[in-house]
Design a protein around this ligand. Structure first.
Ligand code: UT7
Length: 325
């Protein structure tokens, strides 16, 4: 019996031109290149220019993804933007993307699951595509975390960067086996008891300000590997696949130690792990599509490859997705 699956048709990304190195940060706060590299693996990150908005990054990534897919905006009827740094409180940043692309049909909305945002957005779009409600989705992760950082707080300002990545997902009919192309399974989780461990201390309904990112880094770190590996094992159980079958592991890029720890616990070979955290820092919801774009662009991820995604972040939220490219 055939089934509908959401297949990735194209991927694209955009990084602001300005890079900020660890050495530059060491001139701003009491830190060093050595500390940042040893504890996180980060060497540099991109920072949006004055006036460059999250939607600008998202639109550039969306256009690149459509070009990569060989499709046009006229093909798209759903836009989901995962972001925690929207241009405005409302309307959704996705509506700016929609307007800029000249799309007047279908729906466009934002989704907020912090660093897990892209996995949540992809799973959400997948549900709508498989239900038959929509045919073709742009799923975008776009962030300007530089705008919500406390640039005097060395425990957080060295970790994050700006950027955007996008995929074009299209509903296709597939045979209905685990060899199908497209998203085979996704697993999403949240546990709001942890919400004060990683949060922004402002918002329209509380302080009336934008606020700054606050994090108990050690606490987040302590939970990360366990949560990540749990949802991946659930994806394995649902499909019968295991780490040996995975061609590429594309994790959320928060910290190289978390990525290495997760891969080691799952017994995923290091040469199958896509790492961009060294160049991008933690770009929250943008990190996975940025990493996908890098690995497709340099020829690592190819049609037919089995690709494993995972993310964990504020809330806490966490999730996994297993797809055949
Ligand atoms: O994407 C969302 C999920 N977020 C994450 O996954 C982040 C998870 N957490 C982490 O990645 C790590 O906990 C950090 C990278 C944030 C911190 O690494 P850590 O090994 O947990 O360090 P720590 O917080 O235990 O700090 C160790 C020391 C402290 O000094 P004392 O108390 O030992 O004297 C900190 O004050 O390092 C100090 N420190 C710094 N030193 C130089 C903290 N930040 C810095 C810094 N430069 N930027």
């Amino acid at each position: 019996m055939t089934v509908f699956r959401s297949v990735v048709r194209g991927v694209g990304s955009y990084l602001p031109a300005r890079t900020l190195t660890n050495a530059e940060l060491a001139d701003m706060v009491d830190t060093s290149d050595e500390w940042i590299v040893q504890r996180t693996g980060i060497r540099e990150r991109h920072i949006a220019a004055k006036g460059e908005k999250t939607s600008d990054l998202a639109i550039a990534a969306a256009k690149a993804a459509l070009a990569n897919a060989g499709m046009t905006a006229a093909d798209v009827d759903l836009i989901v933007v995962a972001t925690s740094t929207p241009d405005l409180t409302f309307p959704a940043t996705a509506t700016s993307v929609q307007a800029e692309l000249g799309i007047t049909r279908g729906a466009a909305f934002d989704l907020q699951a912090v660093c897990s945002g892209f996995v949540f957005a992809m799973a959400t779009a997948d549900q709508y595509l498989r239900s038959g409600d929509f045919k073709c989705a742009l799923v975008i992760g776009a962030e300007t975390f530089s705008r919500i950082l406390d640039w005097n707080d060395r425990t957080t300002c060295v970790l994050f960067g700006d950027g955007a990545g996008a995929v074009v997902l299209e509903r296709t009919e597939q045979p209905g086996t685990r060899e199908d192309r497209g998203i085979l399974v996704s697993r999403l989780r949240s546990d709001g008891r942890h919400r004060s461990k990683l949060f922004v201390d402002g918002g329209p309904g509380s302080t009336g300000t934008v606020g700054h990112l606050r994090m108990e880094g050690k606490e987040v770190f302590r939970h990360a590997v366990g949560m990540i590996t749990d949802v991946i094992e659930e994806a394995y159980a649902a499909t019968g696949y295991s780490s040996e079958d995975i061609d590429w592991f594309v994790p959320h890029q928060a910290n190289l130690r978390i990525i290495d720890g997760s891969a080691k616990k799952l017994k995923i070979a290091p040469n199958k792990v896509v790492v961009t955290v060294d160049k991008h820092g933690n770009t929250s919801a943008a990190s996975i599509p940025l990493a996908l774009s890098a690995a497709v662009g340099d020829g690592r991820i190819k049609k037919g490859d089995l690709v494993l995604l995972e993310a964990m972040g504020g809330g806490f939220t966490w999730g996994s997705a297993l797809l055949r490219w």
